[in-house]
Design a binder for this molecule. Structure first.
Ligand SMILES: NC(=O)c1ccc[n+]([C@@H]2O[C@H](COP(=O)([O-])OP(=O)(O)OC[C@H]3O[C@@H](n4cnc5c(N)ncnc54)[C@H](OP(=O)(O)O)[C@@H]3O)[C@@H](O)[C@H]2O)c1
Length: 507
């Protein structure tokens, strides 16, 4: 007989999950369907969109069609369908609206039907307009709290981010974060009183909204406002600032109740399950890898010696599942876990670059969606002040070059300028993450995994010390990025068409 605290805790339990149309949410859903067969119902809270107006339609067309379910389908397609029919329930709802836009009775019925809430939905756009980021990353947690209360204080597992640690430096513990900038009042219970801050931010949003009728101008101003306010209070961007405020609202309202805040670092492709390398979308580190592979960027601001924190997505989903199981087994506690690698298995940025470059040089043809060809230049990580000088000089030199060519009656090539522009844009968004000043402790998460026992340690691994980075980056992540996140390039299609034409001519 299997002895698993996680399976026991989740058996027959009904779980509401948000964010399953997204990257992390899909990995959690797949793992629950694959490895927790006795779970009760899984309620998917999904908003409708233009193509698919209901949660059920989005599940059928966007979630179930995802390649993450290929393993389950290929093992037994009928069983996969049967599991979906048995376990999945769909709730069409907009998280930012009161009661998620459901009627009062529908909301109460939903609360009565579930045992635990897992909130993975968020805007992960680092530079979201402040009003939007506040809605989805901060204020909508009040709707989650209302659901918890309506269900008799249901436990909440909130997926946050290690980067709520903002501009702090050193070793970041699995604890509440003190703002590194302008102080915010702290209650004697440990959380920060963010309501006055939220009101202040909302009044600043209103000022901006009233200042212009031009939609584009307004959006740009709200993006700038978000960044300025985040910087003032001690965060690099609007995303992490609003996620931190969300944590505070939860900690206050759920004081004495069951709350787990689970903070992943930079989530990358799965290490093992359901397949090594599964990933969706091109985010953070991958945006830079892709720009390098496409020969748009070959230098970037950052600390070569800095320890970057990357974590495979299946370790994150397992951490979420263990957290949920623990919350059900041992309620009425607030916990914070960091799902991270920088303490347990540190890797320096220069070594990430080394592995990516080695793979590019030796295997670029294998990863043909990612690499156009063998990159002609090596990738350089340079200190920010040097980067700024290079950019200024670079723009100036290109301008002078353009003028000279025009004077000679020749067409200047815009490639260098567009590459410089690509580098500048990426650096605005990501340079904070390539200049790390801290590491994230995951000791409490590892202790949780130990408490859950041997079976769970194997079935739901969370330990980031258990793999080699060279193996992960070269054998798992780059092939995964190439296979799952990128579509065949047009050049590739052209090449294929030419081959097909040649074949038919030959025939
Ligand atoms: N990816 C990372 O590297 C990373 C790192 C650390 C922490 N995290 C955290 O992990 C969680 C999941 O991130 P992810 O990478 O999976 O993000 P993602 O792929 O962008 O997915 C975001 C999800 O949130 C949903 N959502 C956004 N606004 C919503 C709204 N108003 N109502 C209902 N649903 C809404 C999206 O639904 P729609 O499809 O309807 O937009 C989508 O399902 C987030 O909480 C994030 O902060 C992620």
């Amino acid at each position: 007989m299997i002895e698993s605290k996680t399976l026991t805790a989740l058996a027959g339990k009904n779980v509401l999950i948000t964010g399953t149309t997204g990257f992390v949410g899909k990995v959690v859903l797949e793992k629950l369907l694959r490895s927790v067969p006795d779970i009760g119902k899984i309620y998917l809270l999904v908003r409708g969109n233009r193509s698919y107006p209901t949660a059920e339609k989005r599940f059928a067309n966007e979630i179930a069609q995802s390649s993450i379910f290929e393993t389950l389908k290929s093992e037994d397609a009928q069983l996969f369908q049967a599991r979906c029919d048995e376990h999945l329930r769909f709730v069409s709802g907009e998280m930012t609206e009161k009661n998620f836009g459901l009627s009062e009775s529908e909301f109460q019925e939903l609360a009565g039907n579930i045992d635990i809430i897992v909130n993975s939905a968020a805007s992960v756009n680092f530079r979201e307009p402040l009003d939007q980021a506040l809605k989805i990353n901060t204020l909508c947690l009040n709707n989650m709290i209302a659901l918890s209360q309506a269900g008799g204080d249901l436990p909440i597992v909130q997926v946050s981010t290690c980067y709520v640690n903002g501009y702090n430096k050193g070793v970041m513990e699995e604890d509440n974060v003190i703002p590194a900038g302008q102080p915010v009042e702290r209650s004697e219970f440990g959380y920060f009183e963010v309501e006055p801050l939220i009101e202040l931010l909302q009044s600043k949003v209103q000022e901006v909204v009233a200042s212009t009728n031009d939609d584009e101008q307004r959006e740009k101003k709200l993006v700038d406002l978000g960044i300025a306010e985040a910087n003032r209070y001690g965060w690099n961007d609007t995303y992490t600032f609003t996620k931190w405020m969300g944590e505070q609202l939860l900690m206050k309202a759920m004081y004495g109740k069951t709350l787990t805040i689970l903070r992943p670092s930079i989530v990358e492709s799965t290490l093992e399950g359901p397949v090594p390398g599964w990933i969706e979308g091109v985010k953070v580190a991958d945006a830079i890898i892709l720009a390098y592979a496409r020969e748009k960027v070959n230098f970037f601001p950052g600390k070569r010696e800095g320890i970057i924190d990357i974590i495979p997505a299946d370790l994150v989903s397992n951490s979420i599942i263990l957290s949920a199981a623990e919350a059900l087994l041992d309620p009425y506690q607030q916990r914070i876990y960091q799902c991270s690698s920088s303490e347990a298995n540190p890797i320096r940025l220069k070594d990430v670059i080394g592995h990516v470059q080695a793979e590019a040089e030796e295997k670029h043809e294998v990863h043909d969606r990612l690499f156009i060809r063998k990159p002609q230049k090596s990738f350089m990580m340079i200190p920010s002040p040097v980067f700024n000088t290079v950019m200024t000089v670079g723009y100036h030199a290109i301008k002078v070059g353009f003028k000279l060519l025009e004077a000679l009656g020749r067409e200047p090539s815009s490639r260098m300028l567009s590459n410089l522009e690509a580098t500048r844009k990426l650096s605005i968004v990501f340079s904070f993450y390539t200049s790390p000043s801290y590491t994230f402790s995951n000791a409490k998460l590892l202790a949780l995994a130990k408490r859950m026992g041997e079976y769970d340690a194997k079935e739901f691994p969370v330990d980031s010390s258990q793999y080699d980075w060279g193996m992960y980056l070269r054998k798992v992540h780059i092939p995964g990025l190439n296979r799952y996140a990128l579509k065949p390039r047009r050049v590739y299609k052209l090449k294929k068409t030419t081959i097909e034409q040649q074949q038919s001519q030959a025939a």
